[in-house]
Design a protein around this ligand. Sequence first.
Ligand SMILES: [Zn+2]
Length: 237
Amino acid sequence: MCSGSASRRCCVPSSDPCSAIGGICQDDHLYCSGSYFTGKCNGGSTNRCCTSHHTEGASNSICDNIHVISRDTWGARRPAQRTTLGHSVNLFFVHHTAGRTCHTETECASVLKGVQNYHMDTRGYSDIGYSFLIGQDGQVYEGRGWGVVGAHTLHYNSCAYAASFMGNFMETLPPESALNAAKALAQCGVEKGYIKGTYSLFGHRDVGTTECPGDNLYKEIRNWTRYNSTRMATIQC
Ligand SMILES: [Zn+2]
């Protein structure tokens, strides 16, 4: 590598395989916002490489039709605990947060942190409750994500995913781009095998005494092809 005498040799700082791919070694019981890589760290088998990006085919990998803003990107706190949702589900619920709305990624990150703090510190949840959240910017933000049990729809958390529109939609509607993002998200779940192809979509109020997802948004989703009014009386986990 070096010109001159044979004793002139190239000295490079040693780099471990984990930091070489932009990760850090940690015990894998800890939450990793991206993916764990095996075989990149010394020590026991539970000391694994956590990267902020996702492995190919990993649980939160992104569909072609949709871009999900990751927890890392919006600055989520680590959950206190996570429960795996290991099977594909038949239900998808639409919510609204009934709180602040947002129109840019920066604004939405701030709203998301507020929702997460409220859910964790006031409501005592282990993490932000929803699987995903949607901004007025038409972007999808990762909440608990795929493959994780949420805290969004009482009695249905272990058999459904839920997207929540940030804002209050009693009297207004999210823009077309945000509505389309929700539909694309559900379709993404089907493509990735988290949601069954035969799934039904409902509003929160279909299974609980709540105004959620707001009068206007509820009226809207009832026109969606996946909304299944005939099944309302028999929605089962
Ligand atoms: Zn709700």
